[in-house]
Design a protein around this ligand. Structure first.
Ligand code: GDP
Length: 543
């Protein structure tokens, strides 16, 4: 190693107390690192809050989305988030219950922020799919599901809002089975719906959670237990018994192996708002969701049992504290037993990194963490050393693979209001590209930047953050391009010729890779047909 790149502490890590070391014995087998995938409004925030509550991480419901009360410094840094009422940041929340450490990685729900969301899904071992019982599978859920499927991420389905009038439960099950090609195994079944909602029944262990109370009653006799018959109004019991029997017999039994392989999803009907079946959900995660699995690298899968520490950066967030120009790189560990102060190899630069102030996230709080295992996520404050896709190891030379970048679907030229602010603009674009908020392209001809985003709302966020954090006002102008593709070829000469002949259409991304820009998919197909030896990639791996 040639030099030491010692990261300096930033404001919050200096002022927060250190968290006591966790149980030595715990290790990665007790880790459950997961995300919630859902369409906006399905109830992700409410469920998150209830999970944190159940895990003792917050004392009072309402804390997650209590807007504008100053205590939420972590995400209040962004005005646009407040004004739009959407969460545009992902973060990690850790809580513990019965010896299991849950690491919940938050995925921004708005469809415009999918790139960040996709990358967060590379850092989880399983996912919970939240579906609104009144709406069924919605667009964003389906998109995120596809990403999970690509990575064989096992999914537990939580059908939310059963306390309200919704779609027939059987229809919902069939929709999942047909549209997502997943075998469904109903585990917790609703008793009545809407105004007649009486609670949830666990088909596997015959526990009944009664609505309107915290009471769980176990029925030895199952669905025909006389005490259960007595506990419900006759008409509701009759309807419930028939449907529950059909649910138990007409669908697959829960098979933990098929679930972990991603072929089967256990289904829980519940209500996040009323805290129904949230405990069952946690129990299911604890009992069956996978602990860290081997992660792909260029030298083969990295086993979580390995004793050398390794991890990768799946997200970078700049300016979390507006008073300090800091960035936090979120690292997911994949093997070994990390301890604070360790020196890790930063494989991309070949330098060493002393990780002296790793941050651990406990609901809304942060603390310095003394140690971490595979599956855990820490934040490392730094000044730009760490980038998305970077690998950290304990003296080993390999890189984790599989972190995707997606070709943007909206392209705009950046117009700076005050040309004296060029430096600020460049800095802002670099930082925000680092975060994955935007992709930045340098055309071969001309000096303007072209920015690319996945959805147009990101442009508002971009302008607002460049103005707020970098003091430069920008507007965006249309460009004659709507499609971007990374180009590459086995035949280097052919690639160079292509670039020369299409110079007005070729830009460079921030790593200098050539990107072909064109008007529409028709033009793209035309060029692809004429240039068979050039590959036009809609995604590329960040390595
Ligand atoms: P997100 O956009 O997925 O984070 O959704 P939220 O958690 O913000 O929930 C959207 C709306 O649905 C809010 O008004 C919640 O109060 C409501 N909601 C969430 N869970 C339930 C539930 O189980 N039952 C009912 N009736 N409403 C719910």
């Amino acid at each position: 190693h040639t030099g030491n790149d010692i990261l300096s502490a930033t404001a919050f890590s200096e002022t927060i107390p250190a968290k006591a070391p966790k149980e030595e014995a715990a290790g990665h087998h007790s880790r459950r690192t997961f995300a919630i995938i859902s369409h906006p409004d399905a109830g992700k925030t409410t469920l998150t809050e209830k999970l944190l509550l159940a895990g003792g991480a917050i004392e009072m419901a309402g804390a997650v989305r209590s807007k504008g009360n100053g205590r939420r410094a972590k995400s209040d840094w962004m005005d646009i988030e407040k004004s739009r009422g959407i969460s545009v940041t992902s973060s990690v929340m850790t809580f513990e219950r019965d010896g299991i450490t849950f690491n919940l990685l938050d995925t921004p729900g708005h469809s415009d922020f999918s790139e960040d969301t996709y990358r967060t899904l590379t850092a989880v071992d399983s996912a919970i799919m939240v579906i609104d019982a009144a709406k069924g599978i919605e667009a964003q859920t389906r998109k995120l599901f596809e990403i999970c499927r690509l990575r064989d991420i096992p999914i537990i389905t939580f059908i939310n809002k059963v306390d309200r009038e919704g779609i027939d439960p059987f229809e919902l099950l069939d929709e999942i089975e047909e549209q997502l090609a997943l075998t469904v195994a109903p585990l917790v079944w609703p008793v009545g719906q809407g105004g007649l909602f009486k609670g949830c029944y666990n088909l596997a262990d015959n526990d009944f959670l009664f609505a309107g109370s915290d009471k769980t009653v176990h029925y030895d006799g199952g669905l025909d237990d006389p005490a259960l018959i007595k506990a419900l109004p006759a008409d509701i019991y009759a309807g419930f018994r028939d449907s529950a029997e059909l649910a138990a017999e007409g669908y697959a039994d829960f098979d933990p192996v098929a679930y972990r392989q991603g072929h089967l999803t256990p289904v829980i009907f519940g209500s996040a708002l009323q805290n129904f079946a949230v405990d069952q959900l946690m129990d299911l995660i604890a009992a069956h969701a996978p602990s860290p699995r081997p992660q792909p690298s260029d030298k083969g899968p990295v086993d979580p049992d390995g004793d050398k520490v390794s991890g990768f950066v799946f997200k970078v967030q700049a300016n979390m504290d507006p008073k300090h120009r800091d960035r936090v790189a979120f690292v997911r560990f994949c093997s070994g037993h990390f301890r604070r102060g360790m020196k890790l190899d930063h494989v991309r630069s070949g330098k060493q990194l002393a990780v002296s102030n790793p941050i651990y996230f406990f609901a809304q709080e942060r603390a310095l963490t003394e140690e971490a295992y595979a599956g855990d996520v820490i934040g490392i404050p730094n000044h730009g050393t760490l980038r998305v896709g970077d690998t950290l190891t304990e003296g080993e030379n390999f890189r984790f693979t599989g972190l995707p970048a997606f070709a943007p679907e909206v392209l705009r030229r950046v117009r700076l209001e005050d040309s004296m602010k060029l430096k600020q603009l460049r800095r802002g674009l670099e930082d925000l590209a680092e975060e994955g908020l935007v992709q930045v392209f340098r055309p071969s001809i001309g000096s303007d930047w072209i920015v690319g985003v996945v959805g147009p709302l990101q442009l508002d966020v971009l302008a607002s953050r460049i103005a707020g954090e970098y003091k430069a006002d920008v507007t965006f102008e249309p460009v004659p391009f709507n499609v971007a593709r990374w180009i590459r070829s086995e035949n280097e000469a052919a690639l160079q010729t292509f670039i020369r002949e299409n110079i007005t259409h070729v830009s460079r991304d921030r790593d200098g890779r050539p990107v072909y820009l064109c008007k529409d998919s028709w033009d793209l197909r035309f060029m692809m047909d004429r240039n068979k030896d050039i590959a036009f990639d809609a995604t590329r791996e960040i390595v």
